[in-house]
Design a binder for this molecule. Structure first.
Ligand code: F0G
Length: 459
């Protein structure tokens, strides 16, 4: 039978109560939160789509693993389990555990970076870019041109532009390129996949010039699902084999386990090269913890080892990707403009198209995030001029490339009826969309203003 309903491939064993609120309560709550969704209490949110990071529901097996966690300072049993799971997935021998992805980034990019150094990626994620720039180095994005056209249907919009990669290597000099980073899926580019072919071509260029090639693999299983569907050479491979092949082209990986390892905290750095590994181990011990736990408890490592296996199961991945697509397609059916094709972990709504009456300097994305909360208690995040807007030398507003709102779907947390509710809220927002006005920033910190800025409605 060909069924349309997405059946969650799990039964619910433990539940967490959602506090229901009314629209009038939420209007007060968002005003109290200075119209910034990051400043809301999570308790006051009905459906939390702020991030897919660290928000997964763990399986019964993972919870059982938590009880078996070995909390020994050195050489814990749980560490060996995690190490083996990471080695099996990546094929890399040398593993450094960290408390989350950005700690692995800081360790590696902090060491390779510095003034005069250059990193090239399909698109650097914010924390990746921040760690690189903090070291004094430059971060250059080389997405393929197709990746920048929001509604263009193209199978691998997360690919790196290999021509632009090579041009940049020649422009800056191969000795100045600290590393090339392929992020799969490409979070900042809409959760879009990169192909095996692209991963291979990037590897060939890196080899030709003797440059270190790193995969940011936090959503590598989701990426493998797309590859199996869309790339001829992979149609008979398992998801794990696809991921393994992708890793085989690179020299190492940083992974935030908070995504595709299906845990609430954790990460690692894995490398082929022993010398680089050894040189980073001392820094790991100084900053994160001893080499056999990084910043993690034994129980966290146990859960990561199990999550890295569960994430490659077909029933899970099929449900995961089709349920994200389901939300995006329902919104498209209602005429809402979203980044297409729908990515793996999130749906990105084009807020500029949704609220054409709101000028970019009045943050249409922020307005949509606020309306989603007021109307339905849904929390999403603006990815537009609040996050990336800036001022030029004359103090003039420079908007972001796009005004998006990201609705990231936590793994194994919400059911199809929760998602149908999100669709219903959008239907209601569409009815009133002409009346919605913009916002202005009344206070902001010097860096990363989207987390803590205060807003007020305009007019
Ligand atoms: N790389 C990518 C592609 C990410 O999406 C993230 C985090 C990181 C690295 C950093 O990992 O949070 O464990 O330190 N992304 C989250 C998000 C925060 O909401 O997209 P971390």
């Amino acid at each position: 039978m060909n069924h349309k309903v997405i059946i969650e491939p799990f039964r619910i064993k433990t539940v967490e109560k959602i506090k229901m609120t009314t629209e009038s309560e939420r209007k007060k709550l968002i005003e109290k939160a200075k119209y910034n969704t990051f400043l809301l209490s999570a308790e006051d949110v009905i459906i939390d789509l702020l991030t897919d990071s660290g928000t997964s529901a763990m399986s019964a097996d993972q919870w059982a693993g938590i009880l078996k966690g070995d909390e020994s300072y050195a050489g814990a049993r749980s560490w060996y389990k995690m190490k083996e799971a990471v080695q099996n997935m990546t094929g890399y021998e040398f593993i450094l555990p960290t408390h989350q992805g950005r700690a692995a980034e800081h360790l590696l990019y902090g060491r390779l970076g510095g003034k005069g150094k250059v990193f090239i990626s399909n698109t650097h994620f914010d924390t990746t870019r921040a760690n690189i720039e903090f070291s004094g180095a430059i971060a250059i994005d080389c997405p393929i041109p197709e990746g920048l056209i929001p509604d263009l249907d193209y199978p691998f919009k997360g690919n790196m532009d290999v021509k632009a990669l090579e041009d940049n290597i020649l422009k800056y000099g191969k000795e100045n390129i600290a590393a090339v980073i392929l992020t799969v899926t490409n979070n900042s580019g809409g959760g879009q996949p990169a192909s095996l072919q692209n991963a291979k071509e990037v590897g060939e260029i890196c080899k030709k010039y003797g440059i270190l090639y790193i995969l940011d693999s936090c959503r590598v299983a989701e990426n493998a699902y797309f590859i199996k569907q869309r790339e001829e050479q992979a149609k008979d491979m398992t998801y794990l084999e696809i991921a393994q092949k992708m890793f085989s082209y690179a020299d190492g990986t940083v992974m935030s386990a908070k995504k595709d390892a299906l845990v609430n905290m954790g990460g690692f750095l894995a490398l082929k090269d022993e010398k680089l590994f050894e040189s980073l181990m001392t820094t790991l011990i100084i900053t994160e913890g001893f080499a056999t736990y990084g910043g993690l408890s034994g129980r966290d490592m146990e859960a990561i080892a199990i999550g890295l296996k569960e994430v490659f199961e077909h029933d899970y991945l099929h449900y995961r990707i089709t349920s994200t697509t389901y939300l995006g397609e329902r919104l498209k059916d209602m005429g809402v403009s979203v980044i297409s094709p729908i990515g793996g972990h999130a749906v990105y709504v084009d807020a500029k198209a949704f609220y054409p009456q709101i000028p970019v300097e009045q943050f249409p994305g922020q307005a949509l995030a606020i309306e989603l909360y007021k109307m339905g208690g849904i929390r999403a995040v603006e990815i537009g001029s609040v996050m990336f807007g800036s001022k030029d030398g004359n103090g003039n507003f420079v908007p972001a490339k796009m005004e998006l709102v990201r609705m990231a779907i936590p793994r194994r947390v919400y059911t199809q009826s929760h998602i149908d509710y999100v669709v219903e809220v959008f239907a209601e927002l569409i009815k009133h969309k002409d009346k919605v006005k913009g916002y202005k920033i009344v206070w902001e910190p010097p860096f990363l203003r989207h987390f803590t800025a205060h807003f007020e409605p305009v007019g």
